[in-house]
Design a protein around this ligand. Structure first.
Ligand SMILES: [Fe+2]
Length: 145
């Protein structure tokens, strides 16, 4: 049931915009080219045929964000990767309100995303990003010092 906890935990009525000063936002832009690219990819993953979950993972060892399709709570998760955003794409999540119109459900989900990131999580990401930043530049700044 953990994915449901993430799912409901990353939504709030009316949504909450992403803080562009966070390492999380910086990483999205770095790994996908832009926030818009990430969103397009996540929507595509969430629109895949079948039932499951769309998950934005952060793999600290690889220092990379991934959008992935997961079928079950206990199957197919990326080892060591942390779910950063979870969307339920099982029919029970949208059939009552949206029928077969999953795109409408995904639109409503995006309007409800709470992008608030726990400062400790953002700091944790910063540590991985700094370790992988071989140039030693100051590109990533800890927002929680
Ligand atoms: Fe569900």
């Amino acid at each position: 049931m953990r994915l449901h906890e993430y799912y409901f935990g990353n939504m709030t009525r009316g949504g909450k915009a992403i803080d562009k000063s966070t390492n999380f936002y910086t990483k999205i832009v770095d790994d996908f080219g832009s926030y818009e690219n990430w969103e397009k990819d996540f929507r595509a993953v969430g629109s895949m045929r079948g039932i499951g979950w769309a998950v934005l993972y952060y793999d600290g060892m690889a220092d990379h964000l991934f959008n992935a399709w997961i079928n079950e709570h206990d199957v197919g998760h990326l080892s060591g990767a942390r779910p950063m955003l979870v969307m339920d794409a099982f029919e029970h999540a949208f059939m009552i309100d949206y029928g077969l119109k999953r795109a409408d459900y995904i639109e409503a989900f995006f309007e409800a995303i709470d992008w608030t990131i726990d400062p400790d999580t953002d700091k944790w990401m910063f540590k991985w990003m700094r370790m992988k930043n071989e140039t030693g530049s100051k590109k990533y700044e800890s927002s929680t010092n």
